[in-house]
Design a protein around this ligand. Structure first.
Ligand SMILES: [Zn+2]
Ligand SMILES: [Zn+2]
Ligand SMILES: [Zn+2]
Ligand SMILES: [Zn+2]
Length: 160
């Protein structure tokens, strides 16, 4: 008898944690997934508990949890232990180049995006003057400045 009662209670618990108030299933705020969710430490939002799917050194952006923590101001702000909100945090602004600051604050890994991202001059390749979008494009960074992937391949070969 006691055993059965305990099992019933456990099932009840499961039902309660799966459903948020209002009877709606919680969804990952980034991809909309509903299986295996957890809450972000930084901002208490539902997110896929999928960091174990990340392949070491693959640099794949396929983990919602990891993407939010590694590629957003919200995650950096939390890890760096700043105070207040990341949206008006001066320490975050100083931590990154403005272009990366804007990228981290407005990319698709954010639950909330920066409303008024600061303006910045585009980064250009020091060799061919092509615009490099630091958050999206491949590039290398050397003593002379940024170099686009095309020019760095020409200079260093594809092996890099
Ligand atoms: Zn997700
Ligand atoms: Zn967060
Ligand atoms: Zn901060
Ligand atoms: Zn170039």
């Amino acid at each position: 008898m006691a055993k059965r009662a305990l099992a019933q209670i456990k099932q009840l618990d499961k039902g309660l944690t799966r459903q948020s108030k209002g009877g709606k299933l919680p969804r990952c705020g980034l991809c909309g997934g509903t299986t295996k969710l957890t809450k972000t430490e930084c901002c208490d939002n539902w997110i896929c508990d999928d960091e174990d799917q990340y392949v070491m050194f693959s640099f794949a952006h396929n983990s919602c949890y990891r993407n939010h923590r590694r590629y957003t101001l919200c995650g950096a702000h939390y890890v760096e232990d700043h105070s207040g909100s990341w949206k008006d945090c001066e320490a975050c602004k100083e931590l990154f180049e403005t272009e990366m600051y804007v990228y981290y604050g407005t990319n698709e890994y954010n639950f909330e995006k920066l409303k008024n991202p600061p303006k910045y001059a585009p980064t250009r390749c020091e060799t061919c003057n092509r615009i490099i979008r630091l958050g999206y494009d491949a590039y290398s960074y050397g003593p002379a400045g940024y170099m686009c992937d095309r020019c760095s391949n020409q200079k260093f070969g594809d092996t890099l």
